[in-house]
Design a protein. Structure first.
Length: 257
């Protein structure tokens, strides 16, 4: 078992909240959410393995391995319980963390993600990683930007920064995450979740349609669903203040500690 600790930044003071980023990005890609939540919380933004400043990816890693990495990192930071906020891949990871370690979670906020990947979609999902292994990150860049942002937003500075991040990514980290995502299936187990939950969906999300977010919310007892008008898959950027206030307002309302 690995003993490596992931890179994380810690901001603010108060009840703990953990931010889990999308595949291909890192813990700095939250579009102002860290600053908003840090007004009254301690915010732990983690770089997942193979991303940002964290250790390199391990071949064949599963979602359970990403959960173990996250838990070990929180142990090192002295975080016993936290609200888990995740976007896209991070939202899937937040679900798996909550299911594996329910006593460590005070609230669950999965954003822009389903509760499972259809088995039939597995080859297509894995191909996103394999294409980069064959031809480099440039091979997947434009298709990724098209899934993540609406056409009208693609000229924004935030998207230029995302492009730069993707092109500089470690291919093994990118591909490994997609291979783990291809086997993701939490849906049938989410009925055991016993913490307050909010599913956040972008109205214009081409990667995770609102219908998939609704199915996820319906699988979690008592979960709320928030659909952000005009927001894309990368709702932390294209959802702007609405995204930040939706997440912050929910955590304040449920008193996640």
């Amino acid at each position: 078992m690995s003993t490596e600790i992931l890179h994380a930044t810690v901001s603010g003071t108060g009840p703990d909240v953990v931010l889990l980023h999308p595949v291909g990005l890192d813990g700095t890609f939250w579009g102002g959410l860290i600053e908003r939540l840090a007004q009254d919380r301690r915010v732990i933004a983690i770089d997942q393995r193979g991303h940002g400043r964290s250790p390199a990816a391990r071949p064949g890693a599963t979602m359970a391995d990403y959960v173990a990495d996250t838990a070990r990192t929180l142990d090192a930071l002295g975080v016993k319980k936290a609200a888990m906020v995740g976007l896209s891949f991070g939202g899937m990871l937040a679900q798996e963390f909550t299911l594996a370690l329910p006593d460590r979670v005070t609230a669950l906020v999965p954003c822009g993600c389903p509760g499972a990947m259809p088995e039939a979609a597995g080859p297509m999902i894995r191909e996103r990683g394999l294409a980069a292994e064959r031809d480099g990150m440039g091979a997947i860049l434009e298709a990724t930007i098209e899934r993540w942002f609406t056409p009208a937003f693609r000229s924004e500075p935030a998207v230029a920064r995302v492009r730069e991040r993707l092109l500089s990514d470690d291919v093994a980290g990118w591909s490994g995450a997609w291979h783990a995502i291809a086997g993701f299936d939490a849906l049938s187990r989410l009925g055991t979740v016993r913490v307050p939950a909010l599913v956040v969906s972008g109205e214009q999300d081409a990667a995770t349609p609102v219908a998939a977010s609704r199915t996820l919310a319906e699988a979690i007892p008592g979960a709320e669903l928030a659909v952000l008008s005009g927001a894309s898959h990368m709702m932390q950027f294209e959802g702007g203040a609405a995204f930040r206030e939706t997440v912050a307002g929910f955590l304040a309302k449920v008193g996640a500690r």
